[in-house]
Design a protein around this ligand. Structure first.
Ligand code: ATP
Ligand code: MG
Length: 607
């Protein structure tokens, strides 16, 4: 195991690395296919199996119920993904056709995604808690040819809509698939019969993935893969509207690998845990691909968030690098420092977070309670990989997203009064002076940049100006090049001539000992245009009262000043959030103003 104190970061000097960096250099960290081309699954799996890494644990899978972990070595994974690719061949599925998965975080999901990539088909993992309509919509929009799912999910969610998906030729039922295969033995006939007897008959119109895999060859040669060939289809989180389908290509693996090395600081002996579900881009880029390209052991936990379970997992699995999200951190904070103190987390070397702004208090809490600052980083489904980050070797400024990845040029540009990015005479966006707020843009052309929005070329084209990708997020940069998140362009509040970012207000509210989470919106006001309204949930041990509300309001006024502080605060039991944990401010606003709620496909149950 890598010892925290003895492990030198992969990137010791940010400025020097940045100055020397080139993408061709990053590409040379990977092998490429023997006959030329670049395939994500080759880099993640096959290339490790020629040497001693062959028997290293690639995935350690923890089941929801507990019990012994199922370990898959790199060689196991090679053979299983070969079989999966052969199954697709046998079904007559072609390269470029879309294979959807709909399951919890079971090992077969990881096999299916990587096997699909080997086959040069397109992988699109769906979040298993989606209802039938979001599933139907996504499979229809992506023109899905194959769906891998569980029997229970099929019967409840897919069977009722199957007739509306005429293009969906094959449904593969995953249940028991790995139990049917004695991975190293080759001949799996006995296991297949026994497991089949246990599982009973399958629903009509479906086939057993395990049976197909058992009958498939363990050998497979990846065909020539154009780095620009489509590899992944990811739907965005739907925080600001209807989810968009972002298209990614095999070349993205160059960025997945590089960021795993420089940001997550993965070393060969690390045990890495990314808590995201592959239904969201983080759970694929960093829950599947990135750690495997670095040959480390990755923890796959089927279970949902539970503070004790997570601390126990960190301890028992001796996790060294942990990638999670602000909501999870805030829930751990809510659970109290005493709980954390009961676990040995001394082997954890890096903790990183993504998905939402990480309030400064959470960074400080990490340092005090977990012994490490939490390293915030920023990216989007569209960027395919981490773009702005705090690195283990760089001083952390709590509340800042950090600095751009070597190879990424980021800046902040001007927007006009309608919120449109201002383009100069050369067609490129106009940078604002240091310290000024504006829209964050990235120079187009990094390997994991999305190559399109599914069936929406017009929207894709609108994301670019003069060779820059317009992120839609507002930020400012300080004198040392650290980026500070202000808010999403759509969420920014315009009050009496001020532009107010919800994050600034929410961060201050969350510093109050009673506040667990806060969501801030603008509501119309005849004089100021908009005024700030905050919705707040309380930590354990605090009871909602008018007095407490007034007190929080008073603190916010003192800290933020009357122009920026919330005009009113509403105490709530919960805030509406996406299934990936992001506060849906648009929904807070729609409900507050009695407006249509819009797309709710990614809304968490009970929000
Ligand atoms: P949609 O595009 O459908 O509205 P979404 O933007 O939430 O949903 P994702 O691609 O999953 O979908 O999320 C990317 C967004 O999440 C970023 O544009 C940003 O607003 C927010 N985000 C991600 N990381 C951070 C971070 N470290 N700090 C602040 N915001 C972040
Ligand atoms: Mg977005």
């Amino acid at each position: 195991m890598t010892t925290p104190a003895l492990t030198a970061p992969n990137m010791e000097d940010y400025a020097a690395t940045r100055a020397e960096f080139s993408w061709p250099w990053a590409r040379h960290l990977l092998d490429g296919l023997p006959g030329g081309g670049l395939n994500i699954a080759h880099e993640a799996v096959d290339r490790h199996t020629a040497g001693p890494r062959r028997s290293h644990v690639a995935l350690r899978c923890l089941s929801r119920q507990g019990g012994p972990a199922r370990d898959l070595s790199y060689e196991d994974l090679r053979q299983l993904t070969n079989r999966f690719a052969n199954v697709l061949d046998g079904l007559g599925v072609g390269p470029g056709e879309v294979v959807f998965t709909l399951s919890g975080r079971v090992p077969e999901l990881y096999v299916a995604v990587l096997g699909t990539l080997k086959h040069r088909s397109v992988a699109s993992p769906l979040f298993s808690a989606f209802g039938p309509e979001p599933i139907r919509q996504r499979i229809a929009r992506g023109d899905g040819r194959v769906l891998m799912t569980t029997r229970a999910l099929y019967e409840r969610k897919v069977a009722p809509i199957r007739h509306e998906l005429p293009g969906l030729a094959h449904v593969l039922i995953v249940d028991g698939a790995l139990d049917m295969l004695r991975v190293d033995a080759g001949d799996a006939a006995d296991d297949v019969a026994a497991v089949r007897a246990r599982l009973g008959d399958l629903p009509e119109g479906t086939r057993s993935l395990g049976e197909l895999m058992a009958a498939a060859d363990r050998h497979y040669r990846i065909g020539p893969t154009d780095p620009e060939a489509m590899a992944l289809l990811h739907f965005t989180s739907g925080t600001t509207g209807t989810p968009k389908g972002a298209i990614h290509v095999h070349e993205a693996v160059v960025a997945h690998h590089l960021t795993g090395r420089l940001v997550l600081d993965l070393h060969a002996d690390d045990v890495f845990w990314c808590t995201a579900d592959p239904g969201w881009v983080t759970g694929t880029s960093y829950g599947i691909i990135s750690p495997l390209t670095l040959g480390v052991t990755s923890i796959v936990d089927e279970g949902e968030f539970d503070a004790e379970r997570w601390y126990r997992t960190l301890q028992e699995q001796r996790v060294t690098v942990w990638y999670t999200a602000p909501t999870a951190i805030r829930m751990l904070m809510k659970a109290g420092p005493e709980l954390a103190a009961g676990y040995d987390l001394s082997h954890v070397r890096v903790i990183a977070s993504v998905g939402e702004p990480l309030n400064p208090e959470a960074v400080v809490w990490g340092r005090e309670v977990l012994g490490l600052p939490i390293l915030d980083n920023w990216w989007q489904t569209e960027t395919g990989g981490i773009m702005i980050a705090n690195y283990p070797s760089m001083p952390v400024r709590p509340g800042s997203m950090g600095r751009p990845l070597p190879g990424i040029e980021a800046t902040v540009v001007e927007r006009d009064e309608h919120g449109t990015v201002v383009l100069g005479a050369d067609g490129a966006p106009v940078p604002v002076p240091t310290g000024t707020e504006g829209e964050m843009v990235l120079r187009a052309g990094w390997p994991s940049m999305f190559r399109g929005y599914l069936n929406d070329d017009e929207r894709y084209a609108k994301c670019f100006g003069g060779g820059w990708y317009l992120t839609g997020d507002l930020a400012r940069v300080d004198d040392d090049g650290y980026f500070w998140f202000i808010g999403r362009g759509d969420d920014v509040i315009k009050s009496a001539g001020h532009l107010i970012g919800p994050f600034e207000v929410e961060s201050v509210l969350m510093e109050h000992p009673a506040v667990a989470e806060a969501g801030v919106i603008g509501v119309p006001d005849p004089i100021a245009g908009e005024v700030v309204k905050a919705f707040v949930t309380l930590r354990h041990g605090f009871t909602a009262s008018d007095e407490l509300r007034q007190e929080i309001l008073g603190v916010a006024r003192r800290r933020l000043g009357p122009a920026v502080a919330p005009r009113s605060i509403e105490l709530r039991d919960t805030l509406p959030r996406t299934r990936s944990g992001k506060i849906m401010r648009r929904l807070l606003k729609a409900r507050e103003l009695g407006l249509p709620e819009g797309d709710l496909s990614t809304l968490e149950d009970g929000s």
